[in-house]
Design a binder for this molecule. Structure first.
Ligand SMILES: *Cc1c(COP(=O)(O)O)cnc(C)c1O
Length: 394
């Protein structure tokens, strides 16, 4: 029987999502509960958002306190949370200047504009972008224009002109596209949606070198792989290859909608000026409370260290699973951003997993993507493997 909450959604919402037929009511730590009271182990974290899991009391208390003071004031005025959140975010991502957005798409949109604005100041005639095949950068016009799946762009052509797609981890294919028109190269250091594909060290270093030699900006989209997920605060730190602009969102607010793009002082000097860009809600007192508090909790709970402690166990159990199953091809990814590639479509497996009380998500190329809250412990890995095996046996 279809539950009344699902019926209301079906009748009133635009049908752009393929939702699973469950209605989630609340969450607690690593688990969520549906309206029928059924419990699910969550290895999806709302698509990599709830790094601290659900119902973090310290975060909730801070948010409640802020709601009672003020939620919104606009960027016509200062609010202390905004500056403090930016300072903390700069510290952990290694940049100098932050612009707050409300989503990942919007962060990428801003980064793409920032790169063109940089070229405009320098009057160097550069406006083109190089992006990667199998990338995902969002659904707004700019972000979809650099997204490397034809099906996402085609219905909306003509999209932003001047975008060329290179093969991920193939430096020669990038070099072949570089011209005196290229203003930026955008990539995810660890592709999420595209199938959990980790950039190679050589690829990251090679792109940095191309950018340095040609005054091209390197933009790292860390919307999914940032904020602790790979065992560093930001994935670029694992390569020691520093981009010029970083985009982020998802886990930085743990569920409060907030994103950001961040750049070095050097780029900021030539980039967006007063009046060039804005967002009414961007960095409002509530979302900045979330960012500030999330970082504070990451620090005192040593979340990044914890990721490095538990990730090897997850990898080990997934490797065992791959060996055991004929339908599994390989494990992919790093930290708590993992995928298992299958030689069969995974949609049905995911549906069965949900029936078994386990939330996991799909990625391109028959990949089951695992993005557990970063507070995950080894016992949750055991439980996940058990439920996934049950689903596969059905
Ligand atoms: C989710 C995601 C986006 C888009 O973020 P939204 O908040 O949905 O706009 C952009 N880039 C990457 C890598 C993502 O995973």
């Amino acid at each position: 029987m279809v539950n009344s909450k699902i019926k209301a959604a079906e009748e009133n919402l635009l049908h752009v999502y393929n939702r699973f037929p469950i209605a989630i009511e609340r969450g607690e730590g690593m688990y969520v509960y549906d309206t029928e009271g059924k419990k699910y182990l969550d290895f999806a974290a709302g698509i990599g958002v709830t790094g601290l899991g659900y119902h973090n009391q310290e975060l909730n208390d801070a948010l409640k306190e802020q709601i009672d003071k003020i939620c919104h004031i606009s960027n016509l005025y200062y609010h202390e949370n905004c500056g403090e959140a930016a300072k903390e975010l700069n510290r952990i991502c290694g940049m100098d200047r932050i612009f707050f957005t409300n989503s990942g798409s919007e962060a990428n949109e801003g980064a793409l504009k920032a790169a063109r604005r940089y070229a405009y100041t320098k009057q160097n005639g550069r406006y083109e972008y190089i992006a990667m095949e199998n990338s995902f950068h969002g659904r707004s016009f700019g972000s979809v224009s650099v997204t490397g799946h034809d099906s996402y762009r085609e219905p909306f052509e003509p999209v932003v002109p001047g975008v060329h797609f290179a093969k991920f981890n193939d430096l020669d294919s990038v070099k072949a596209l570089v011209s005196d028109k290229t203003c930026a190269i955008i990539l995810e250091p660890l592709q999420g949606e595209g199938g959990i594909n980790l950039a190679s060290q050589d690829f990251m270093e090679g792109i940095r070198k191309i950018c340095d030699e040609n005054d091209i900006l390197m933009i790292c989209d860390e919307v999914q792989c940032g904020m602790g997920r790979t065992g560093n605060y930001f994935a670029w730190q694992g390569f020691g290859v520093k981009p010029d602009i970083i985009t982020m969102a998802k886990a930085i607010g743990n569920g409060i909608p907030v994103g950001a793009f961040a750049m070095t002082e050097e780029v900021a000097r030539y980039s967006l000026r007063a009046g060039d860009h804005g967002a009414t809600y961007g960095g409002n007192p509530l979302s900045c409370t979330a960012v500030k508090k999330v970082i504070e909790i990451f620090e005192h709970d040593h979340i990044v260290d914890h990721v490095n402690q538990v990730a090897p166990y997850l990898e080990q159990r997934l490797e065992e699973l791959v060996k055991e199953l004929d339908c599994a091809v390989r494990r992919k990814g790093t930290g708590l951003m993992q995928g298992v590639e299958f030689n069969i479509p995974v949609g049905e497996i995911i549906q069965k997993a949900i029936a078994e009380g386990l939330l996991v998500i799909q990625a391109q190329g028959n990949v089951i993507r695992l993005l557990p809250p970063l507070i995950m412990e080894e016992k949750h890995v055991d439980e996940m493997i058990k439920r996934l095996k049950h689903a596969l046996a059905k």
